[in-house]
Design a protein around this ligand. Structure first.
Ligand SMILES: Nc1ncnc2c1ncn2[C@@H]1O[C@H](COP(=O)(O)OP(=O)(O)O)[C@@H](O)[C@H]1O
Ligand SMILES: [Mg+2]
Length: 262
């Protein structure tokens, strides 16, 4: 669910992203090598809970059949930190020791923009992305900050450090009637204007969400590195418990999503 890789080679900092992610090469237990985009808790608004949110949201998204890059736990050794010649990057990895979050680098995809043409298939994926974000209180997917890559057929969602926040002004559990009203006028979402009035059914997502078991939610927590669980057990368990409640209330959540999109 959250495979563990060892960081082996520093490949440079990305030119995009407010938390200034870094590209590395990392090795799995089976010897396979991966290009990974690594993120840093100390550069996130929420610190380590942001890293936990990235991991929990990615595991859930995959179980819901949504497009997200493969998530990893990235183990950082002192030898790796010493091998980095750029002091600022070395310091980032030092602060992120012993383990941080990363995703498999995707190539050949572009950030979604206002003039990206949308097929029906992309509209359906955009609908799922909207439902996913509002269900997890993710206010970080906006036109000016899409956090979404697309190759014309498939979209991939990135950057879930603000999911499970629940601190957004007027936030309410999304299974309450009226809870998502704020997404109509207040919180702007990348896809809201693209999908409103399209009468999307969300049948696929609804079935997928309803199929997530409490055991699966506990398995997300169990898949986190021991160090994160030791330091942030309560936060991780809260996220898992929230997913359980979301699943238990799946039909009401979908009804509320459809209501604000009508
Ligand atoms: N796995 C990935 N594959 C390709 N590009 C990525 C990947 N992860 C991040 N990026 C690129 O880096 C940008 C910043 O990453 P993101 O996770 O959004 O971090 P930030 O929290 O700094 O915004 C993304 O908008 C995207 O352009
Ligand atoms: Mg981002």
């Amino acid at each position: 669910m959250l495979p563990v890789l060892r960081a082996t080679r520093y490949d440079g900092r990305l030119k995009v992203g407010k938390t200034r992610p870094i590209l590395i090469s990392a090795t799995a237990e089976d010897g396979s090598e991966h290009d990974v985009v690594v993120k840093f808790a100390h550069r996130m608004e929420r610190g380590w809970p942001g890293i936990l949110a990235e991991a929990m949201a990615a595991m859930l998204a995959r179980d819901l059949g949504m497009g997200v890059p493969t998530p990893f736990a990235i183990r950082i050794s002192e030898a790796f930190v010493s091998s980095i010649v750029e002091p600022e990057a070395a310091e980032d990895f030092m602060k992120a020791m012993p383990v941080t979050f990363g995703t498999e680098l995707l190539v050949g995809m572009n950030a979604i923009s206002t003039d990206t043409p949308f097929s029906d298939a992309l509209i359906a994926q955009a609908g799922d992305a909207f439902a996913f974000d509002v269900a997890l209180d993710n206010t970080d997917r906006r036109l000016e900050n899409p956090n979404c890559l697309c190759d014309g057929k498939r979209m991939v969602l990135l950057d879930h450090e603000l999911t499970f926040f629940f601190g957004t002004l007027f936030w309410q559990e999304p299974w309450n009637v009226g809870a998502l009203e704020t997404w109509k006028a207040g919180v702007p979402h990348l896809f809201y204007s693209r999908i409103r009035g399209k009468n999307l059914s969300f049948t696929r997502l609804s079935t997928a969400l309803g199929g997530v078991t409490p055991q699966q939610c506990d398995a997300y927590v169990a898949a986190l590195p021991d160090e994160w669980r030791a330091d942030f057990y309560e936060e991780a368990q809260e996220m898992a418990d929230y997913i359980k409640a979301l699943v238990a209330n799946a039909p009401a959540v979908i009804t509320e999503v459809r209501r604000v999109l009508a």
